[in-house]
Structures are given as C-alpha cells and as structure tokens.
Design a binder for this molecule. Structure first.
Ligand SMILES: Cc1cc2nc3c(=O)[nH]c(=O)nc-3n(C[C@H](O)[C@H](O)[C@H](O)COP(=O)(O)O)c2cc1C
Length: 359
C-alpha cells in the first residue's frame, strides 16, 4: 500500500470514522452530497462506492482493512477518496496509531489509576535493595578508579554523536568500568531516619536495617525505584572474557552469566547488524516493570523508558569523552534478545541498548 498517498494528518494504522451529523445524498450526476447543519460538501463521481465504504467508517476500520474489504475497487482510487474525505472534514482519524493513543490517554495524569499504596508501602518499595543478583555467578570486580576525562563538559555534550563502525582495537577494563559507573553507578546510600520509621510504623531494627536503605544512582529515576537492569555482551574488552554479564551497581561488579563469543547470535537480534560486527561490547538494558509499576501503574511504563534514555545518554557522553564510539539501538528483535538474556520478556524485558566500539 502506498502509505504516502494517505493524508499526512493521520497515522496509517489509525481507525477512520465518519464525523457526526452528516446526512448523505446522491444527486442526478452521481455526485455525493454530505450535508451537516452548517456544512455542505459535494464530492464528485463516487456514488457507487459510498454505500459500501460508509458502513466501514461507522465501524471504525483502518485504511488497510478498508482496502482489503473493497477488493473490487482500485486501491489508489480508494486512497484518493479517503484523502478527499479527510481533507473535507467528513471523516476523521487519529494522528497517533491506535494502541499508542489508547496508552497515552490511559496513562495521562488524572485518567490512569495508580495502585493505591500507603506511605508505609511506598517507603518499603523505595528503601529496599532492588537490583537483581546472580548469586551463583562468578563475580568480576571492576576497577574503582575512573578514567580521567580532560575534555570540557560543554565540549563533551556538543560533540556527542552516533558512530556505527569501529576500529576493532580492544577497550580497557578501566574504560568499561568508567562507562558503567557513570551511567548506572551508585552515588550514595540513604537510610530511613529513626523518626520516619516510627511515624510510618516500620521497625527500628539494629544494627542498621539493610532492607531499609536506598542506593541513589547516577541517573534520575521516578520514585527512586530503579527498574532498569544493565547487562553487557562483551566481545573485545582487555581482561574480560567474552560472554554475557550482568552489572550489579551496588558492588560495582559484573556477574558472569555465560561465557562465549555471542557476536553472531547478537547480530541476528539487531537490525543494524554491521554495527554489532565491529563492536567491542553491547550495553543492554532491560526493565523489571513491577519495580516501578507497583507504584505508578500504567504511567510508570513511560517513566521506565525515560530512565533507559537517561542511562543511554550517559553511556554516549562518557564513551565519546574517552574517544570511544557509541550508538543507541532501539531496532532489535525483542523475543530473540530476551531469549539471549535468558529473561522471560514479561516480568523483565529488553527495552534499549547501546553498542560501544573503540575508534
Ligand atoms: C530511541 C533511539 C533508537 C535508535 N535506534 C537506532 C537503531 O536501531 N539503529 C541505528 O543505526 N541507530 C539508532 N539510533 C541512533 C539514531 O539514528 C541517531 O541518534 C540519529 O541518527 C542522530 O544522530 P546522532 O546520534 O549522531 O546525533 C537510535 C536513537 C535513538 C534515540
């Protein structure tokens, strides 16, 4: 279907509807007259198809559904007719694809129903250890000392760019550690004060109750709930075996999930496959939806994706500041990537990624 032919005002997946208040007549010259209380539109020479297409508008069909229901008619002529009816204001369609529109509307402030939580429940969600652990996995500690960055802040921000082809030289473990820490690291740990615990009805356990602490992070997070998990597919990092790792920010360490050269497997997951071929590693982000949506419900889905964006921007900036290339990749096969990460795609699912490669 030639989508360009469809009016720019609506999304091709949106449903088309007849506007209210129009009566439809046919004149002796086979023209169709659309008559509303303060509007009259004459559309020439289309009377034959009108009785067939109008019910489809009443049921709210997409342009694709309309053209496949009316197979006896030339597709381009139908698109032309739909465009005329749209331009004349006889039918209307959403500018947003229907699921996006529904999601956007249902997640608007005031429309969505956030789960009702007491202050105590919110505190319990916030002041607890949230990040995933691979307890059985081999731990790979990362150097704590960050790579010195000499460029100015303004220079780093204004020269950020996407890069898709890399030199093939290895990345150092300290460069990797710097990227990880400055995009997902912990900056401070906050404990609930004794008086706050008391007023919330939470136990004041001693020594300091580890379950009631909050690891603040490099990037902002709605409600400090940190729903994003970070994984690395390592292909070419000095001192780190090729394989899949999970970053545990609290310990600033990697947990080794599986060892091997997964470049081929990952190339199949991404649309921009040539980028994966020369990359040193892929920074993979997943969302553990519940961690956020227990508090924010439908609206939380927006917040989760924002957070992935915050992290990705830091990955870009820190990489570029060290003369390392990066490109955000949103074009991936979700199911393949979730399978690779050994996650279920429901409770936890891949949301975003950044490919990183040495210049
Ligand atoms: C959400 C998002 C998804 C993206 N997905 C892809 C992708 O799948 N493949 C790709 O080559 N680039 C992807 N990019 C990179 C953009 O193409 C790139 O940012 C854009 O061309 C602007 O160039 P710049 O980053 O150099 O300023 C993505 C960027 C964003 C923000």
């Amino acid at each position: 279907m030639n989508k360009e032919r469809l009016s720019k005002k609506i999304a091709p997946e949106s449903t088309l509807r007849l506007k209210q208040g129009f009566n439809i007549f046919f004149d002796n010259n086979h023209n169709t007259v659309f008559l509303a209380p303060n509007k009259e539109v004459v559309v020439r020479g289309i009377s034959e198809v009108i009785p067939k297409i109008i019910p489809l508008f009443k049921d709210g069909n997409t342009i694709r559904e309309i053209t496949s229901s009316l197979k006896d008619y030339d597709e381009n002529s139908l698109l032309e007719l739909v465009n005329v009816l749209l331009e004349q204001g006889i039918i209307e369609g959403s500018r947003l694809p229907p699921v996006s529109k529904t999601f956007h509307d249902f997640s608007k402030w005031g429309h969505y129903r956030a789960p009702y939580l007491t202050d105590k429940e919110v505190a319990e969600l916030t002041y607890r250890d949230k990040f995933k652990r691979y307890i059985e996995a081999e731990q790979v500690p990362l150097p704590r000392r960050l790579k010195k960055i000499k460029k100015s802040f303004t220079n780093i921000i204004t020269t950020r760019k996407s890069q898709r082809i890399y030199s093939g030289s290895p990345i150092g473990v300290n460069e990797l550690s710097t990227i990880l820490y400055l995009s997902r690291g912990i900056t401070s740990t906050i404990y609930l004060r004794r008086e706050d615990k008391k007023s919330l009805g939470l136990p004041n356990t001693r020594p300091i109750d580890k379950a009631l602490r909050l690891h603040r992070n490099i990037v902002p997070s709605a409600g400090a709930l940190y729903p994003i998990e970070v994984y690395l597919a390592v292909f070419n990092v000095k001192g780190i075996e090729k394989g899949l790792y999970h970053y545990y920010p609290v310990g600033n360490l990697l947990e080794k999930i599986k060892v091997g050269d997964f470049r081929k497997e990952l190339t199949k997951c991404f649309i921009t496959d040539e980028t994966v071929q020369s990359a040193n590693l892929i920074f993979l982000m997943t969302a553990v939806f519940d961690r956020n949506q227990m508090k924010y419900g439908e609206r939380g889905y927006r917040y989760i994706l924002f957070e992935a964006g915050h992290i990705a921007q830091n990955v870009y900036l820190v990489s570029n500041a060290m003369d390392i290339g990066a490109v955000a990749l949103g074009g991936f096969n979700d199911d393949l990537l979730n399978d690779f990460l050994e996650i279920d795609g429901e409770e936890e699912s891949a949301v975003y990624s950044v490919v990183i490669g040495k210049n």
